[in-house]
Structure formats: C-alpha cells, structure tokens
Design a protein around this ligand. Structure first.
Ligand SMILES: Nc1ncnc2c1ncn2[C@@H]1O[C@H](COP(=O)(O)OP(=O)(O)OP(=O)(O)O)[C@@H](O)[C@H]1O
Ligand SMILES: [Mg+2]
Length: 273
C-alpha cells in the first residue's frame, strides 16, 4: 500500500509547506539514487493559500478546471479520472507530481459542508491513483477544517511539524487528540500519528533547548520525535526563489536535516516501494 503522509498542525507558519514540499522531493531523490523502478511522488496541496503549489509549479492560479477544487466538485464516478487529469509535473523534478490547490478551495469547503460523503471526496478518488506512486505527501491548511479532515481521512501517516515555542505538551497532546478523533470518528484504521517534527530549532536559544529536552523525555511524545530541523535562513531564501532546500543549498544545515529525516521516513516507515 502506498504511504500517504499528511503534514498537519492547526498552528500557522510552523513549516508544514516547507516540510511537505522538501520531504516529497527528498523521497524522489532517495528512490532515484536507489534505482527504484518507480520513484514518482505525488504532492497534494489542500491549502487555499497554495504556497506548496506556487513553489513547486511556479503558479498559484489554478482553479475550476485544473485543481483539487475540480476533483472535489466532480461527479463520484469520474472523480479519480478528474484527479489524474489535474495532476501536473512540478518544476523541481519530473518525478515529483503535484495536485495543485486553488483559492477556490475555501468556497468548496463551504459548498460541501453537510453534503453526504463530503469528507471522502479526496480519499475515494485518491485510492485509485495513489498506487501509481511510490508515496503521496499532503500539505494542509493551518486549521482542522473540513479540508484538513479530508486530507487526514486520505492519509496513512500524520506528521506534525511544530516550532520549539509551541512545544508545550498540552498543545501537542491536543493536536494528536484531534487527529485520533478523526481516525476514530471516521473509522480510518490506517491513519496513525507517525511523527512529531520539530522545525525552526535554534540551539542558541535556551528555551528551545529546554523544550526539546522535555519533549525527548516525555514517555509518549518523546517516541514520536522523528526529526529536528534547524532554524536556517537558507529555507526562506529557497522558498522565495521557489526552489527546494536541496537545490538551493545542499550543504545548508536544514538541507542535511531534511535529508536525514527523509532517509528515516523511507527506512522506518517502510512501505515506500
Ligand atoms: N527551518 C526553517 N528555518 C527558517 N525559516 C523557516 C524554516 N522553516 C520554515 N521557515 C519559514 O517560515 C515560514 C513559514 O513556513 P511554512 O510556509 O512552511 O509554514 P506553514 O506551516 O506551511 O504555514 P501556513 O500555516 O501559513 O501554511 C516561511 O517563510 C518559511 O520560509
Ligand atoms: Mg503552508
């Protein structure tokens, strides 16, 4: 079964899009280096801000006919074909494909609110397309809205990026609780919280070190820690020039940390063919 990773946290600006885009490209790179027969990865952008779409495709003007919005509005019978038709090749790599977001997604959420089967409008068509990919990575918006619910229902692995300043146990437990609620509520057996990813870590800041140590020592949360990405201005520069951190500066500390994380995801989570 193709693993589907959702990067999610209701807090804004914690590195969801940065992580989703670089993890997706990183998986392509590892698989290509390993001569995997299928190194293709699909990145799905479910955030109407379309940041992941913009950096990876150079555009953020996808709409009624060529985006995730089109898929959500499609007839059940044709939705998977519509999804396949809306996928574009990224500018980052020919094996990194993107299902673009659209500003219209907010409208879609309003329109679909209360519609029977609405939360499955991404999961159902994706189930037919995902097997063509080695992995799928989903970027989500900073809220547990219907759109994020759709993303999580589609996923096998929720990864929660979190900045050190939000590392308080109570906040993290509430994010995990929310994801578990979605799993129980919709009986999504395959979905699990498979990692906490600390982002924008500044070792010079005592408070950051203290919170990270506390997290490491926590009996449940400590085991979920899958990576620590340092605060690194190369990330902002890469973002602004619409490049991956790996292409912008492979030697940057964030590049190395993302490469390490991706290696761990591919190895420990298995399932990536
Ligand atoms: N490790 C890092 N070091 C420095 N800056 C970073 C790092 N990770 C992310 N950023 C910067 O922080 C900002 C927010 O990152 P990003 O867009 O990935 O967060 P997000 O969680 O997707 O935000 P939103 O909730 O708005 O979707 C961006 O300007 C990005 O360049
Ligand atoms: Mg984002």
């Amino acid at each position: 079964m193709t693993r589907i990773f959702a990067l999610t946290n209701h807090k804004g600006g914690v590195g969801k899009s940065t992580s989703a885009t670089n993890i997706a490209l990183g998986i392509v790179g590892i698989l290509r280096n390993a001569n995997a027969p299928n190194p293709r990865v699909l990145l799905i952008d479910t955030d109407s801000q379309a940041h992941a779409t913009l950096v990876t495709t150079g555009r953020n003007d996808y709409g009624t006919d060529d985006s995730l919005y089109t898929v959500l509005m499609a007839d059940r019978q044709t939705a998977s074909q519509v999804l396949a038709n809306c996928i574009v090749t990224s500018k980052w790599d020919e094996n990194l494909h993107v299902l673009p977001a659209s500003p219209l997604l907010e409208q879609a959420e309003r329109e679909l609110q209360g519609t029977a089967g609405a939360p499955y409008r991404l999961a159902d068509p994706l189930a037919k397309i995902a097997p063509h990919y080695a992995a799928v990575v989903i970027d989500t918006r900073p809220s547990f809205s219907l759109m994020t619910e759709m993303a999580l229902i589609s996923s096998t692995d929720a990864i929660v990026p979190v900045e050190p300043r939000y590392l308080e146990t109570v906040g993290l437990l509430s994010v995990i609780g929310k994801i578990n609620e979605i799993r129980e509520g919709w009986r999504i057996q395959n979905l699990r919280v498979s990692g906490l990813l600390v982002t924008k870590m500044d070792k010079r800041v005592r408070g950051h070190r203290h919170l990270l140590n506390e997290l490491r020592g926590h009996p449940m949360l400590g085991k979920l820690l899958i990576g620590v990405i340092p605060m690194n201005e190369a990330v902002s520069y890469a973002h602004r020039s619409h490049r991956s951190i790996f292409a912008y500066d492979p030697k940057a500390s964030a590049s190395k940390a993302y490469a390490q994380l991706v290696g761990r995801l591919v190895k420990h989570l298995g399932g990536v063919q």
